[in-house]
Design a protein around this ligand. Structure first.
Ligand code: SF4
Ligand code: SF4
Length: 554
């Protein structure tokens, strides 16, 4: 598949670098300057012209096959495809002349000629670009009452994806995603005319690590995700902007939820991190949020109220603190938010005076030169910066345990090696007490005297720091599992029970710190103290929006 080069990230006015060559363009009577090379369809739509398209995608090359985006350019005998045409100085453009509107309608009618129009059972209904353009630009009864061309309805293309060939409008976006993003040419067109179909290339399956991006870019319901299809109508979904926790890249995502459960993750555009894409592995990190969660505090393995669990945890810590503070160990997690890590750092070094601190998380894994990082933890950079050279490895922890150097161990975050291997990973027998703030139930929570349920990444507001050092915002998309609380809040409550100086100033004498403190307050304090967070932005309050042509898909 060939086409024009992939366009550079779109420049907003605020981000046009100084010295950029500008051209003057008049669109529907409005004259404005644009950076030279801007694609015409982007220029038109930035002025509110609403030029429709199917095959154009800002992250892919432009083949100009769908002919929806034709506009009139003064001096040109025929309308031009605006997705393929760069702006030029003194260009005069009309986006809705009678001729252009007529062609737009005719192309829509042609696209729908053999389309099955099975919207009532189609997963894309409600966010389908064909539906939207039809209602926006045509909205007339079909003139074709003959027999339509039939094609295969359920083609198994690969591990994650099913194709309905009748719904495909032959825009080639999915082919270009494989060619240009995943660098795996796995899809192609076969046959000709009204028998043309999308299919896999000879001897290939659609199995590349970025295959589900084809579902995102498909403007219709031809490509569907096996994981999501037939689970929810899209208008039942709420969309919350967040960040993938699957690795240190920190791809920007939308969390789509319904009935307080995550239904799917889709990429959100960030030109500096992931452009428009995310890997398949990252899509399935949502499953961790509901699998095998610890939902209630446990003391000696039995469910108890928060009060009792905190009291017991404080009693165990206090016993060692009074005798030998140096025998307290604290484990930080590279899966935690900056706010949890900051609260824990303050408690560890300012309140407890503990000297033995360690960092845990997932082991290194596969990586590529596209998006995926070998570091499978989303906040290693934050943990190391907040630890400021004081965090030792799990190997050091194992050696300290074997040497009997620790009496009490406080583990904050059980994801990764610790959670999977639990007691097998660490010789815990010589400990007098083990306290775990955990996301999941497992061998570690079973071995702990006190286990406290902690809210997971999609249940909290907070920030994480990616491999580039960018501090990015997580937003709570679903309520915490059971009685789980955010990590920073549990740490504050525990400090309060220990009678230690308040971690965060509540401004309310005599109340527990967490009662009057928010994740944002912890963030603001951390930003003041931590150099790596000094440019971080908490962002606006963003309530989940109901999904209906409201996200980045299609
Ligand atoms: S399956 Fe979807 S993305 Fe691929 S060519 Fe057909 S309509 Fe376009
Ligand atoms: S590359 Fe990493 S951060 Fe991006 S989607 Fe995949 S797992 Fe998530």
């Amino acid at each position: 598949m060939t086409g024009a080069p992939v366009p550079a990230p779109r420049e907003t006015e605020a981000h046009i670098p100084a010295g950029t060559e500008m051209v003057t363009v008049t669109i529907d009577g409005t004259t404005k300057q644009f950076p030279k090379g801007t694609i015409l369809v982007e220029a038109c739509n930035s002025l509110g012209a609403d030029v429709p398209f199917f095959c154009y995608h800002p992250g892919l090359s432009s083949p100009a096959v769908c002919r929806q985006c034709l506009v009139d350019v003064k001096g040109q005998p025929k309308p031009v495809p605006s997705c393929y045409t760069p702006v030029a100085d003194k260009m005069e453009v009309t986006t809705a002349s009678p001729r252009v509107l007529d062609i737009r309608r005719q192309m829509l009618e042609f696209t729908l000629l053999n389309h099955p129009i099975d919207c009532p059972i189609c997963d894309k209904a409600g966010e389908c670009t064909l539906q939207k353009h039809y209602f926006d630009w045509d909205a007339k009864y079909a003139r074709n009452d003959g027999i339509k061309v039939h094609k295969a309805k359920k083609v198994d293309l690969g591990k994650h994806i099913v194709l309905d060939q009748e719904r495909c409008i032959l825009c080639t976006r999915c082919i270009r995603v494989c060619d240009e993003v995943a660098k795996e040419p796995e899809l192609t067109m076969a046959m000709r005319g009204d028998h043309e179909v999308l299919t896999t290339a000879p001897g290939k399956r659609l199995d590349n690590p970025y295959s589900l991006n084809t579902v995102d870019v498909c403007p219709v319901g031809a490509l569907t995700s096996k994981d999501f299809r037939f689970t929810r109508r899209v208008w039942e979904l709420q969309s919350t902007p967040s960040v993938c926790p699957g690795c240190a890249t920190g791809c920007n995502i939308e969390v789509h939820s319904a009935s307080q459960e995550i239904q799917r993750l889709v990429p959100r555009e960030n030109p500096y991190v992931n452009q428009h894409w995310m890997c398949d592995e990252g899509r399935f990190t949502y499953r961790r949020v509901s699998e095998n969660r610890l939902g209630v505090p446990l003391v000696g393995g039995a469910p108890v109220e928060w009060d009792r669990a905190l009291e017991q945890a404080a009693r165990l810590v206090r016993a060692t603190l009074d005798q030998a503070p140096a025998r307290i160990g604290v484990v930080f997690s590279a899966q935690s938010t900056n706010e949890d890590l900051y609260a824990l750092a303050r408690m560890t070094w300012e309140s407890l005076g503990a000297t033995r601190a360690y960092v845990a998380g997932f082991d290194q894994g596969w990586s590529d030169n596209i998006l995926v990082s070998a570091d499978k933890n989303p906040n290693t950079a934050g943990a190391l910066a907040i630890g400021a050279g004081r965090l030792k490895s799990l190997m050091d922890l194992s050696n300290d345990l074997k040497a009997g150097a620790l009496s009490t161990l406080l583990i904050v975050g059980d994801a990764g090696v610790l959670g999977a291997a639990g007691t097998a990973a660490l010789p815990l027998a010589k400990l007098e007490s083990l306290i775990v703030l955990a996301w999941k139930r497992g061998p570690l929570t079973d071995a702990a005297q006190v286990a406290l349920p902690m809210a997971d990444w999609a249940e909290v507001d907070g920030t994480i720091t990616n491999r580039q050092g960018l501090v990015q915002r997580l937003r709570a998309a679903v309520p915490p599992a059971g009685d789980a609380l955010p990590g920073w809040e549990i740490i504050s409550l525990l400090a309060h029970r220990l009678g230690l100086p308040l971690l965060f100033s509540s401004g309310t004498e005599g109340r527990a710190p967490a009662e009057a403190t928010t994740a944002r307050a912890v963030f603001l304090e951390a930003r003041q103290k931590m150099a790596f967070m000094k440019n971080a932005d908490w962002g606006r309050t963003s309530l989940p929006v109901q999904l209906r042509f409201a996200n980045s898909r299609g």
